[in-house]
Design a protein around this ligand. Structure first.
Ligand SMILES: Cc1cc2nc3c(=O)[nH]c(=O)nc-3n(C[C@H](O)[C@H](O)[C@H](O)COP(=O)(O)OP(=O)(O)OC[C@H]3O[C@@H](n4cnc5c(N)ncnc54)[C@H](O)[C@@H]3O)c2cc1C
Length: 430
């Protein structure tokens, strides 16, 4: 079998793993989970991906499959009846989905994030005993909805300003009243809008309408899609990741009871500070796309790409050189990403944090670089819309734009982080 080839799994022909379990020392759990998501995504999601992209529609049927295969609860702790995947196991398994349908992997990440924040991340964050008890009750309700009713959660954080970049309080507000909050605000690029059953919304709690918004009062709440005052607005016709249906969500005087908190007040703010690797959960979709663009190129040049004539192009030195470049970039990206997701933990050291930014930047930028090399190398016939490569190219461009760790912000934080230690300034130079 050649690099980028196929093998048998459960009677089906499936692609070889992105991370071969033996070489990368995956646990048995991780290897089995990746084999499962790869087999499902290759068999079911890949054939649907072109239609979903063309129509810019939500991959509803893929979510039916995810539910049937018990994957909606992939990161729900096992004591609550879920699959109990930790951050690394989830990231590896999600990359296999991204390989076949980027939009499914990216929307799945929004759903899974609601379980990661409330599950493995919350478990690693300091809480008082009372908060821990309150959280146990809250999350049990939320997990039951997912496991028993098949509820899908979205993660609409972005507002178009400084908040999603972690620099200001969210403009969406939760005014405290008797028995609950009144939510007002607007979330842009809300993937799954109109399709999720619940929106996991970050907002700022206000005691009175005149209270000054503070990031420390960030609340993480669930808003049921049919609650009065919730609406979805605007068109969705973007360059890539078209199946995410990331339209604008509006909340106008939406009342939610106190029981709809996803984390106790103040805990999200601490969790986001203590668990920076959580922001890497946007990368697996793009890690999968990088692998897919590479796989495509190998098969195409060998004359083995389904849907194309069996013409070999591998004998040209320029194509060999380009594939070598792609392989080097793919291996560099995989290695850095794997190391970074392996060292994910609460309160990582500075070295680990700098590496996480470098890994995020590398996955997001290299996925697009590999996809564009693939198009140049394979040639004109390979970029026809009947083949997946042009979609991989468009989808891959979106990764670097995703807050809070856009490619620009990663370089910004890295440059400052490398050159300055905590508290250092250049005032003495003035
Ligand atoms: C396909 C897709 C799906 C998405 N899905 C979701 C989703 O489900 N939920 C969600 O919350 N978001 C989602 N997003 C949104 C994404 O995370 C960003 O919030 C969005 O792309 C930002 O757009 P913008 O034009 O407001 O960004 P920008 O205007 O570029 O940035 C917004 C803010 O970030 C800061 N910033 C940006 N660049 C810099 C810089 N160079 N230096 C310093 N500060 C900077 C600034 O504070 C700026 O005001 C999605 C995006 C895409 C492309």
């Amino acid at each position: 079998m050649h690099d980028g080839g196929t093998s048998q799994f459960d009677g089906q022909l499936v692609d070889t793993p992105i991370f071969t379990p033996d070489s990368w020392n995956l646990t048995e759990f991780e290897a089995a989970l990746c084999a499962e998501t790869r087999a499902l995504a290759q068999a079911k999601f890949a054939p649907r991906a072109a239609g979903i992209d063309r129509e810019a529609r939500f991959p509803t049927e893929n979510y039916v499959d995810l539910k049937a295969q018990d994957l909606l609860g992939i990161c729900i702790p096992s004591e609550h009846g879920g699959r109990g995947a930790d951050l690394r196991a989830y990231m590896l398994a999600a990359a296999e989905i991204g390989r076949y349908c980027g939009a499914t992997a990216l929307t799945f990440n929004m759903h899974v994030s609601s379980c990661l924040w409330t599950g493995v991340l919350a478990d690693g964050v300091e809480m008082t005993e009372a908060q821990r008890a309150e959280h146990a009750t809250m999350r049990a309700r939320h997990y039951k909805r997912i496991l028993e009713d098949g509820a899908i959660y979205a993660q609409p954080f972005s507002e178009g300003g400084d908040a999603a970049a972690g620099k200001a309080a969210f403009g969406t507000t939760a005014l405290r009243t008797d028995g609950g909050w009144i939510i007002n605000g607007r979330k842009i690029f809300a993937s799954l809008s109109g399709h999720a059953d619940y929106y996991g919304v970050l907002c700022t709690e206000l005691d009175t309408p005149d209270s000054r918004p503070s990031r420390a009062n960030t609340m993480y709440v669930a808003i049921q899609r049919d609650t009065p005052g919730v609406s979805v607005e605007g068109h969705w016709d973007p360059l890539g990741m078209r199946g995410t249906v990331s339209r604008t969500l509006i909340f106008r005087d939406v009342f939610i009871p106190f029981s709809e908190q996803l984390m106790p007040r103040g805990v999200y703010f601490n969790a986001a500070r203590q668990w920076p690797h959580m922001f890497m959960t946007l990368t697996p979709s793009y890690m999968g796309i990088a692998q897919a663009a590479y796989d495509f190129t190998v098969r195409y040049l060998r004359g083995e790409m389904p849907g194309t004539p069996p013409v070999k192009r591998r004998m040209y030195p320029t194509k060999q050189l380009a594939v070598a470049q792609m392989k080097i970039m793919l291996e560099q990206t995989k290695s850095l990403w794997f190391q970074s997701i392996s060292e994910a933990r609460p309160n990582p050291g500075k070295d680990s944090l700098l590496r996480a930014w470098a890994a995020q930047y590398s996955v997001m930028e290299n996925a697009n670089e590999i996809a564009q090399l693939a198009i140049r190398t394979c040639g004109g016939q390979a970029m026809l819309k009947s083949l997946p490569l042009e979609r991989l190219y468009r989808d891959s461009r979106c990764g670097a734009l995703m807050l809070p760790w856009t490619a620009e912000l990663c370089t910004d934080m890295l440059g400052k982080g490398v050159l300055y230690e905590a508290g250092e300034t250049d005032e003495d130079q003035a």
